[in-house]
Design a protein around this ligand. Sequence first.
Ligand code: HEM
Length: 336
Amino acid sequence: MHGLIFVTWEKYLHDRFGDELLDRYRTALGETAASSPLASRIYDDAALLSGVGTANKLTSMPVDSLLWEYGRYFILNGLTSHLCAYLLTQVHSGYDLLLAMRDAHAQMRRVPGGITPPLFAYEAISVSPRKIALVYDSPRKLCAVLWGAIEGSAERYGERVQIIEHSCMKRGAPVCRFELHFSSPMLQPRERLETPEQIAQRRNQHQLANLILSVLPDDGGVMLTEVQKLLQPWQLHPNQARPRAILEALQRLQHAGLVASTANQPGDDLTHRRYWRASTRDSSAKMEESRPVQPQENNDDKSSGNEQNGTKRNHTLGDTLAHTGPSRFAHTLKFW
Ligand code: HEM
C-alpha cells in the first residue's frame, strides 16, 4: 500500500483524536521517528490492517466508522491536496473527480513498485447526468474508505452526494455496487474563489510539472541536479528553477503515477534519487516511445509537429489531464 495512505492515516488519527492518542498508537505499533511512514515509500497492506485494528482498540470506534472518516479525510486534507494537486486541480466537481479516478488509479498501477489502487467500473443508470452506479471489487474490501472518499469528493467541490449501497462484498456479494446521485455544486467554482495570484501560481505549477514530464527520460532516470540542467535551455523564472519547486513538481507527478523514482530501492536518499517518466500504457501494450521535446523546436510551426511526432507517447492520463502539449507550455514558461 502506498505511503501516502499511511501518512494521511496517521494525520487523520492526530487531527481527529489528538497528540496523546497518536503517541499511544505509535507506541502500540512499536513505531519510532525513524520508522514512521513516508509518503514516497510503499508498505505492506498488513501494516495498515494492524494500524486500523490498533486504532479501533484505542478509540473504541468501530473499524468501518474509522475507515469511513478516514476516506473522507483522505480527500479533504491538506497533504493530499498538496501532493495530489496535479490531479485534483484539473477537475471541477466531485462527480468529475470520481469519473477521473479509474484512469488515474490505473496510471498509478503502471509505476514500478506494485501499488494496486482500485479500478472502478461505472454504469449509466439514468438520463440524469449526475446519477451513476459505481462498481468496486478491490480484494482489500475497503468499501468504507470508498464511501467516505466519495462523500469527501462531493464536499471538496461544494456538492452533496446521495449514496445507496446495492451490494457489498463484505456481505458475500461478488462486488460492491453503489448508486450515486451528485447534487449540482453549491459553492462558486474554485477559480472564482481564488485570487488572480493563486490562479497564476496554480497554472505555473502545472505548466512546470508538464515541462519536467517532457524532459525526463523514459528509463534509467536522472537526479534532481540533472533535471535542473535539462531545464536550463528553457530559461525558467528563478522561482521555478529552484530545486524546491522542481522537487515539488516531481512529487506531484509521482502522485499522479506519471513519474517513477528509485524511492523504494535500497540505499535511496533524496540527493541521489533518480526520476523517469512512467509509461502511460500497460506493459502488454507498450508502443515505441519517443524522444523528449527539444527547446529549439519551440516555434509555432514546429510545435505542432512536436505534438504529432515528438510527444507521440500515446498519452492516456497525461493527455486527458495535461490539456497543453509540452511544446506549447515550454513557450509560455519563457515569459514568466
Ligand atoms: C473520488 C476520489 C477517490 C476515490 C473514491 C478513491 C478511492 C480509493 C480507495 C477505496 C482506495 C483503497 C484501496 C483499495 O480499495 O484497494 C484507494 C487507494 C488509493 N488511492 Fe484513491 N481514491 C480517490 C482519489 C484519489 C486521489 C485524488 C489520489 C491522489 C493521489 C488517490 C490515490 C490513491 C492511492 C495512492 C491509493 C493506495 C493504493 C495502493 O497503495 O495500492 N486516490 N483509493
